[in-house]
Design a protein around this ligand. Structure first.
Ligand code: AMP
Ligand code: MG
Length: 619
């Protein structure tokens, strides 16, 4: 409970004519609104360190206020001494508050770098320095507002208040194992709908929706080391700051010479290995022994490989070559990489949108780049649902239970494509448990991928919990596809942000296929909507019976003189995850029609390249 607040305005000018600036609310006005019950003290004092210290001590020790907010005197001018005065009176610094204020201010002005504001605690009073500008201070108070009451409760050791806040944080954000109340009524199981209320969406429409909705995800940037940048999307162009090679370098082991000397005998003037800085310039009739990668001496304009030379004279001990004969007349620039031959100065090394690979990271390393700005990935949470699920690590299976394979499979699948995920465990099929688990997951992530609980059983509660407890919009809840019919895509507002929810069916193959088709598609788009998988055309090696729904069959690929061939990986039953093992492609098998119920061997079908093409065999 905040009982008393002091607003201390520190300014020589304010001290003289503070009454003149009457535009907009003052810090005191904002504080009054924020803590209407609190006793508010306001004072204006000059930029005098002793006076500031005296007043701060008065408010902390005698007036016993909970919070002192100073405004002004935090800059770099000689008269700005508020931080020094504050540091002199506080017992414990709270450095993260000025950091938070600086981060916010930097969004508006680079001048924020010049603020030296301090925050700290004196006994049971919190003191925070703000800049002098009325506009800035009234905006910045909003940054600290969410933590002020809690901070003051902690400082004053108000245990009950602290516990309440921690509990509410735990229930709504952190602990997925708690039950929370839900608006979903499970009591009338007999009257549950016997047909899905969700319209059947065609695949093309479902893709369009994912692509469109994902445009709401605004990609941020992050700086990572170039090595960590592998597979990431470059967000800012990087140019060569130096030419490569930075000096004219020999391409061969041989002799650097002057091409104008033609063929004939040369005096060997020096020996240069890679890394030696050449000192002497070569004159007519001279050459220098040189290694691959060594810098050419000045005067030289070509290299003659050792194979095209003959020793004429050497020192008696055989350690020094004195004369060699150049057997073939060299051309200017022969076997020389001139400055900037591989990479000219200013060349684009990495462009916006490039996906960094080993080659490009090597180029960046060679150019002296240590870090690269890449597109930040959304935070992804993984959650399994199902009363029958056990952790895969549990030794013994309980009766009627199975191990959760989806979470591990999806985690690795995302990882394979460069996305980290947050493991949110297993939630029970209870409305309260789902609310707790979903709240916890949504608090940690931008994208939630969960499996199970989206079909027609009375324990399939995800859809009603999402709509009734989270106010989610279900963009689709049923798709004409096999496997994956009940796949659900939703968005909701949580903690003031849009969250994207992919609720996939629990059958492992459905989860696998739908993660590719919807989740990875959405992620691959990186803020520009979704991105479809590339396709190729392959001939079936065996006949395939078509389903009434379009089917995504897991298949291996081989290449021969007649192009690509696809072989289905055994039974395509949606519980049999073995059918995904070693899959290179997802075949887009058309729905059966009245006329075509089967595709004979040799039929060309479209294949989405979701796996690694290097797994392909050659016929
Ligand atoms: P559901 O989508 O919850 O109706 O589940 C469909 C089928 O998938 C059931 O046979 C479940 O036991 C199974 N299943 C659900 N979740 C998982 C999981 N995380 N790992 C393995 N199998 C699962
Ligand atoms: Mg289930």
């Amino acid at each position: 409970m905040v009982k008393a607040v002091a607003v201390v305005t520190i300014s020589d000018t304010c001290f003289k004519d503070h009454s003149k600036d009457t535009s907009g609310p003052t810090l005191a006005d904002v504080v009054k609104e924020m803590f209407p019950e609190a006793n508010l003290h306001t004072i204006i004092i000059p930029d005098e360190r002793e006076i500031i210290e005296k007043e701060l001590k008065y408010f902390c020790d005698e007036a016993n206020v909970d919070l002192v907010l100073t405004t002004g005197g935090t800059g770099l001018s000689q008269r700005d001494v508020t931080p020094e005065a504050t540091k002199a009176v506080i017992h414990r610094e709270v450095p993260a508050i000025p950091i938070a204020l600086t981060i916010e201010s930097l969004k508006k002005t680079h001048m924020a770098m010049l603020s030296r504001a301090v925050a700290g605690v004196r006994d049971s009073t919190l003191i925070i320095n703000f800049p002098g500008s009325k506009k800035a201070v009234t905006e910045l108070i909003e940054v600290v507002k969410p933590v002020l009451s809690h901070a003051i409760s902690l400082i004053k050791n108000e245990l009950t208040e602290v516990r309440t806040i921690h509990n509410s944080m735990q229930f709504s954000h952190v602990c997925p194992h708690h039950m929370l109340t839900s608006n979903v009524d499970m009591s009338k199981v007999a009257f549950r709908p016997r047909e899905s209320p969700y319209p059947m969406m065609e695949m093309t429409e479902a893709f369009k929706i994912v692509d469109e909705v994902m445009k709401q995800w605004t990609a941020h940037m992050e700086i990572v080391s170039i090595e960590e940048g592998v597979g990431r999307v470059v967000a800012q162009k990087l140019l060569a700051k130096e030419p490569m090679p930075p000096f004219a370098a020999s391409v061969k082991d041989g002799y650097a010479c002057l091409s104008s000397d033609g063929a004939g005998v040369r005096r060997v003037r020096a020996a240069l290995t890679a890394g030696d800085a050449p000192t002497l310039p070569l004159s007519r009739g001279e050459c220098a022994r040189i290694n691959t990668g060594a810098a050419l001496p000045s005067g030289a304009d070509c290299v003659v490989q050792v194979e095209d030379t003959k020793l004429i004279t050497a020192s008696e001990d055989g350690q020094t070559e004195l004369e060699v004969e150049i057997m073939v007349a060299p051309q200017p620039n022969q076997d020389v990489r001139p400055i900037g031959f591989d990479i000219p100065m200013g060349a684009v090394l990495a462009d916006k949108g490039d996906v960094l690979d080993a080659g490009q990271i090597g180029v960046l390393a060679g150019a002296g780049y240590q870090n690269v700005t890449v597109r930040a990935n959304p935070k992804i949470a993984l959650l399994s649902t199902g009363n029958e699920l056990q952790e895969p690590s549990e030794l013994k299976l309980r009766p009627a239970h199975i191990r959760d394979s989806n979470r591990t499979m999806l985690r690795v699948l995302l990882k394979e494509h460069g996305y980290d995920s947050i493991d949110c465990g297993i939630a029970r099929d209870e409305p309260g448990a789902l609310v707790a688990a979903l709240s916890s997951a949504l608090a940690q992530a931008d994208v939630l991928v969960c499996t199970g609980g989206v079909s027609m059983g009375e324990r399939d509660l995800l859809k009603p919990v999402l709509t009734k407890d989270f106010g989610a919009t279900l963009h689709f809840g049923r798709v004409r596809m096999k496997p994956g019919k009940p796949t659900t895509f939703a968005t909701c507002q949580f903690d003031g942000k849009t969250k994207f929810i992919f609720a996939l069916p629990g059958n492992p193959v459905s989860a696998y296929v739908c993660c590719h088709l919807f989740v990875l598609r959405a992620l691959r788009g990186g803020g520009g909507g979704g991105a479809a998988w590339p396709r190729l055309s392959a001939r079936l090696t065996a006949a395939v019976t078509l389903d009434p729904r379009p089917e995504y069959a897991r298949a291996t690929l081989s290449i021969g003189p007649d192009g690509f061939q696809a072989t289905l990986i055994g039974s395509q039953c949606s519980s049999r995850l073995l059918s995904a093992c070693g899959a290179t492609v997802l075949l887009e098998l058309p729905a059966a029609s009245a006329i075509v119920k089967q595709l004979p061997p040799g039929t060309s079908v479209s294949a989405l390249i979701t796996g690694r093409l290097d797994r392909m065999t050659t016929l």
